[in-house]
Each structure stands twice: as C-alpha cells, then as structure tokens.
Design a protein around this ligand. Structure first.
Ligand code: ISE
Length: 351
C-alpha cells in the first residue's frame, strides 16, 4: 500500500461526504476516490461527477464487491456509522470516521474492543478536525509551554447561522458541542469529569421546541472550567472562538480568520458562512495526514478511544440538559495501551 495511491471509498455523499470527495480529488496527494456509496441516486451522481473514475454504489458491500478498496471515509449520519465500521474492521480497511464515532457510548466501546481484536494497531481515526486547526494547536502549545502559568478556564463560543431540518435539542450536544467535548481534553490534557447545562431565555428565531442558546459547563479532572455557549440560529454566519484564561495571561483564538478592512467609518471582517470554510485548512491537513498514515497502516489523529470518551461525555451532557443538575462523568474502562502514541499533534508539531 505504501507506494501506490490509497484507494478510498467515501460512504455518504451529503455535505461532508461530497466535500471530502472534492478535497481528495483536488487537493490531496497519494489518494484517489474509487467509490462513492450513497443510496440517493442524485447525490451519488453529483459526487461521482467530482471524482473521475469513481464508481457509485448504493451500499458499502456493493462497492466492496465491485472494486478494490484500501480505506473508507464514513460521512453518513452518525446512527449509521456502526455497521460500516464493523465491516471495515473485518475487511482490514483503514478508516476516517466523521464524528460521532457512534451515537451511543456502549456502541463506541464495542468498536474499541473490536478494533483491538482485528488490528495490531489503531486503524480508525475520528474526524475531530479542530485538532488540526492552527489556533487550537497554538493554544495547546501555549498551555504546554507554561509561559502564562496554569490553565484555569476556557470560554468557547460555538455559533451556527441556522439549523437544518430535524435538528433536535439533543443535537446541540451530539452534533455541535461534541467538538468542544473533544477539544477540551485535547487542550487541557485531562478528561472531563462533570457536566451541567444552563438554558437562558430562548432565541425566538429558533424553530419551535428548540430551546437555544444553551451554556454547557464542563469541569476537567484538575478543575479547569470550560464554558461552551452553543447558539445555532444566530443568522449572521458561522463563528467558533475560544478564550483561554491562564494564571497570568489570556489567549484568544478564532476571532480573526482573514484580514480586517477599515473603511467608511467601519472596521470590518467577513464571517465564514459555515464550518466548511471556517475549518477548511484543518480539514485539508486532517485528510492529508490521514492518507499519509493510512498508506503505512496507521492513523495520525484522534482515535476510536477519543471517539468513545466523547460519546460517554455527550451522553452525560444530554442527561444534564434534561435534569438541570450537575452530572458526574464515569468512564466504563481505562484507556488500553493499544491507544498510546497514535497521534503526534502536540505542542509545535507541524504547526
Ligand atoms: C456540524 O455537523 C459540524 O460538525 C460543525 O462543525 C458544527 O459547528 C455544527 O454545529 C454541526 O451541525
């Protein structure tokens, strides 16, 4: 596999899947999209048109029967991930699975166990792309340098312009805050140990029955408090920022993603319309590094273990949405050594 291009099947040709097809075809080296798996024929044809030579198949099994595949990008809705992950493990394929790994923590744990049975080292990478964003890497480097003392607290703002159809209250956590649930342990180096959810006055622009914004309060093992504002109908664009409070300093990321133009009495900056533009460079780096690692039989990013711990915290956070209480987080198992040393992103690495 190491001298030839990685033959990738993309399963799911919705927004994210189509974006990955475009990315691999136009920007990524040493990989080809050879199959697009999508039951919706219109979407399948549109995605196949982006990747010359790729076949379109209605199911993953059909694609596996039709052509040689080394690796799979799973970009279906989360509740469909598990059977594709199982097939990929059984067939010895390399995997990049969009978040969440699975929607239930118990299913994620089963995947973690199955991966250890089928592979000699981790083969599933989870698509938590924020870890490849320059700002988050700089923040991690700052925390690890100790230049401003210990990290005490994090303020995260996570704002989406509007909600897609069928976006329910639990999706504030499972679909959106899941990114902070991953990035908080990444930045702090510690697991999340408790969650509480506060619901202020609701935005009248939100669909009926969706109480948002919400504030999700996470506490890590040493007591770092991470407050996440999730707002999903802000209308003005897509915004993800973080402010880190250290003992003797404060750092901000994500406020400026391009130049500021001062003119006609205004100092203005465009706001990215969606996560695809905001995290475009992070996605590019994530996918190129995954391809490079997959060609050697490994991963270079968050593992199935990270996917499992995120699922555990997300489940507790959904409970906290309902109870309004401070909910403790308990992990059923400790991290197997199998998952040590799979991800090289740390302070300064390839920044
Ligand atoms: C979407 O699925 C994403 O993954 C985005 O990063 C997140 O900001 C958004 O809220 C989700 O719906």
């Amino acid at each position: 596999m190491s001298t030839d291009n990685l033959r990738v099947a993309v399963v799911g040709a919705g927004q994210m899947g189509a974006d990955h097809v475009r990315r691999i075809t136009a920007k990524i080296s040493n990989a080809d999209v050879v199959a697009i798996v999508e039951p919706d024929q219109g979407r399948a044809a549109a995605a196949a048109a982006l990747a010359p030579g790729a076949i379109a198949a209605a199911s993953f099994d059909e694609a596996l029967d039709a052509t040689a595949i080394d690796a799979v990008i799973i970009a279906t809705p989360g509740f469909l991930h598990e059977p594709i992950l199982v097939t990929a493990l059984e067939r010895g394929l390399m995997v990049l699975c969009e978040k969440p790994l699975t929607t239930l923590a118990e299913d994620s744990l089963r995947i973690v166990e199955l991966e250890q049975q089928h592979a000699s080292r981790p083969v599933i990478q989870v698509g938590f792309m924020r870890r490849f964003d320059a700002g988050y890497k700089e923040l991690l480097a700052l925390r690890e340098s100790g230049a401003n003392g210990a990290l005490l607290a994090l303020h995260h703002a996570h704002r989406n312009p509007t909600t897609p159809p069928n976006y329910g209250e639990d999706m504030l956590i499972k679909d959106s805050v899941i990114h902070e649930i991953d990035i908080i342990p990444f930045l702090t180096g510690e697991p999340i140990m408790s969650v509480e959810v506060k619901k202020p006055r609701s935005n009248s622009l939100a669909p009926a029955g969706l109480p948002e914004p919400q504030f999700v309060l996470f506490t890590t093992e040493s007591g770092v408090l991470a407050i996440v504002e999730i707002s999903v109908n802000v209308q003005f664009g897509y915004q993800v920022t973080t402010e880190a409070v250290f003992e003797s300093g404060v750092a901000y990321i994500g406020r400026e993603t391009s130049q500021t133009v001062v003119s006609a009495g205004l100092s203005a900056q465009p706001i990215t319309p969606s996560y695809k533009e905001r995290f475009s460079a992070a996605y590019d780096e994530e996918v190129q590094r995954w391809v490079d690692a997959a060609r050697g039989g490994g991963i270079d990013g968050p593992s199935a273990w990270d996917g499992y711990t995120a699922s555990v915290v997300a489940e507790v956070a959904v409970r906290a949405q309902q109870t309004g209480a401070l909910e403790p987080v308990e992990y059923a198992v400790t991290k197997p050594t199998f998952y040590d040393e799979v991800f090289a992103v740390a302070a300064g690495d390839r920044a």
